[in-house]
Design a protein around this ligand. Structure first.
Ligand SMILES: [Zn+2]
Length: 406
């Protein structure tokens, strides 16, 4: 449906045992570290932007003459450049590398998942075989993925390998549409058939209030010690504790919700429709700062990140639509919605009445349908719900939509 196909990246980190002596591997890691240092030392004071081409010209032959292979050389100068840039961005001094760690291109290793053996090509054309110390089940997942780079590390007498895998997600053809509306106090999800019947409705309460409580604590403490909070250990510790809680609560929630939503979407063969948060920000640019703070855009991002990730794991497609008007426009006639009571919106023009959040999901669903039906995604252009078949699970029946916590 869209141009580029989404890609999932994941790293497999395992301990590895060299077969036989590991002198050569250690020698390689030291040589590699020193080479990265040499490159960083030499480019540290160069102000112009260094393209890969330039780096290649500057360092390739030197590195090869240090007995590195061609792709080792490339990895070394790219690595050096990245390390230098991040040191400079952090306002730091020229770094001095002590740790033994090397990034290795896919051309310089061979991975045998059947026998759990990794062959690394080292300097001077040495080779070392390493046995991956992990269960078969853990690596089984990556069969059929493509591997591209790895990082080998030596730490406290042990070798660790992180192998980076990627996989192109082939989207399943959707049979239903799942629209998701993120709110301060809940996440509302609806599933529609392609011709507009509402077949599922679910609401998850968010821990936003809890998060806010910790935030208020932090602000109170900072207000009490406006100048000194950074420097008094106990005060700083207290702030960190609340920050840590916020982090845990929000990630826990995002993971759980993302997983539940993707599972449900998988069961219904849904394409998942989310609001485009970047657009949301643009639409509200004027009161951006306040808006961001109030609604916790960072938290929505976290939830969306987990939904997208879990969806990709299941080969489900995720589409984002501009959220403009989703909570103010009548899904039936396009008129302006006004508040009719607690969480209820209504349209004076056509008489539509609906739960605030469910109405938003209907609008999200409609945006998706109108955007993609033109491309003939479903073969037949589906109709937007007609007034009489408008999914109105919000009209006060026993639906989950009405089980809002008050
Ligand atoms: Zn209306």
């Amino acid at each position: 449906m869209r141009g580029e196909e989404p890609v999932v990246n994941e790293a497999l980190k395992v301990r590895a045992l060299p077969e036989g002596s590991y002198d050569k591997l250690l020698e390689f890691l030291k040589l590699y570290r020193d080479a990265v240092q040499i490159v960083v030392d030499r480019i540290w004071d160069i102000d112009e932007k260094l393209s890969w081409k330039k780096l290649h010209r500057l360092f390739y032959s030197d590195l090869v003459s240090m007995s590195f292979r061609a792709h080792h050389a490339k990895e070394i100068y790219i690595n050096a450049k990245n390390l230098m840039e991040s040191a400079k961005n952090n306002g730091g001094r020229k770094p001095v590398f002590r740790k033994l760690s090397a990034r290795v291109d896919k051309y310089d290793y061979k991975l045998d998942l059947d026998n759990m053996v990794l062959t690394l090509k080292l300097h001077n054309n040495y080779e070392v075989k390493l046995r991956l110390v992990t269960s078969k089940e853990r690596v089984e997942k990556f069969r059929g993925w493509s591997n591209y780079e790895l990082v080998v590390k030596y730490e406290d007498g042990e070798f660790w390998i992180s192998i980076y895998f990627k996989r192109i997600v082939k989207s399943l053809k959707p049979r239903t549409v799942m629209a998701i509306d993120l709110n301060f106090d809940n996440v509302t999800l609806t599933v529609f058939t392609l011709d507009g019947k509402l077949i599922r409705l679910k609401r998850f309460n968010t821990p936003h209030k809890k998060i806010l409580t910790h935030k208020i604590w932090i602000e109170k403490i900072q207000k009490k010690y406006p100048k000194s909070w950074r420097f008094i250990k106990s005060v700083r510790k207290a702030i960190e504790k609340h920050g840590e809680r916020i982090k845990n609560i929000s990630w826990d929630y995002a993971h759980k919700t993302g997983n539940t939503i993707a599972k449900l979407a998988f069961r219904h063969h849904s394409v998942i429709i989310l609001e485009d948060l970047e657009k949301l920000r643009e639409n509200n640019k004027k009161r951006d700062k306040e808006f961001n703070k109030r609604l916790g855009l960072w938290f929505y991002r976290r939830i969306q990140f987990c939904i997208e990730y879990e969806a990709m794991e299941r080969d489900l497609e995720v589409v984002k639509v501009n959220p403009k008007g989703t909570s103010s426009k009548c899904p039936r006639c396009g008129g302006r919605l006004v508040e009719y009571g607690y969480r209820v919106l209504g349209c004076k023009r056509c008489g539509f009445i609906g739960d605030r959040d469910v109405t938003a999901t209907i609008n999200i669903y409609k945006k998706y349908i109108s955007k993609y039906s033109r491309c003939g995604v479903f073969g037949v252009a589906p109709n937007a719900p007609k007034p009489d078949e408008n999914p109105s699970g919000m009209q006060g029946n026993k639906d989950e939509a009405m089980t809002t916590k008050s």
